[in-house]
Design a protein around this ligand. Structure first.
Ligand code: FE
Ligand code: FE
Ligand code: FE
Ligand code: ZN
Length: 198
């Protein structure tokens, strides 16, 4: 593995010192774009997998939650998430590609962690606080992903695609804010009042 990394970096160094490749650097942006296009498509597949996984994971969070405010926030976001899956399918369609999912290891990990948190926290304010903490990590991952996708779409000149992705980005930001509000207005206060078990 180490060998391969150093081999790769050798190639990179060689490429940059080659005058032909130096010219490539200043080539029309279409060339750079095609590389970015590939990354854009890969990231789309990644977040498509993630959103689909969330449509199955959020119901488990809802089942485990007790705070009415938290349940409401999660239900709202579950509905939005269904819409986000459909929106991603529209993005693929606009690009003339079929919607394809590629496993997002990060989201798989975040979902797995949320299951661990729920198992470790007793039902009630404690578990609610844990669900919010897990949920906010998910939202932040999504905000990072959609933020990047929006920037890529802009550079690639994908206006319609970018506009759709921005709608989702705003929903993710709102979902994160809603969870903060639920935590601050109710759940964290209740959880802090729970006596610790020895
Ligand atoms: Fe989402
Ligand atoms: Fe990912
Ligand atoms: Fe973690
Ligand atoms: Zn979300």
């Amino acid at each position: 593995m180490e060998n391969q990394i150093s081999k790769n970096s050798d190639v990179i160094e060689k490429n940059t010192s080659n005058p032909k490749d130096a010219a490539k650097k200043n080539a029309p942006s279409a060339m750079k774009s095609s590389q970015l296009m590939k990354l854009f498509e890969d990231e789309l597949k990644d977040i498509y997998w993630a959103e689909k996984a969330l449509t199955k994971a959020i119901p488990k969070l809802i089942e485990n939650a007790t705070s009415e405010k938290l349940i409401k926030a999660l239900k709202t976001h579950l509905t939005e998430t269904d819409g986000q899956v459909a929106r991603l399918e529209s993005v693929f369609e606009l690009m003339g590609k079929k919607a394809e999912a590629k496993k997002c290891e990060a989201m798989a990990g975040l979902i797995k962690e949320s299951e661990g948190i729920m198992a470790d926290c007793e039902e009630g304010p404690m578990r609610d606080a844990g669900i919010i903490s897990a949920g906010q990590k998910v939202e932040h991952y999504e905000i990072a992903s959609y933020g990047t996708l929006c920037q890529f779409a802009k550079i690639l000149g994908l206006k319609k695609e970018g506009a759709l992705l921005k709608l989702t980005l705003d929903e993710e930001k709102m979902a994160d804010e809603n969870l903060t509000n639920v935590a601050n207005s109710e759940v964290n206060i209740d959880a802090a009042e729970q006596p610790a078990k020895i």
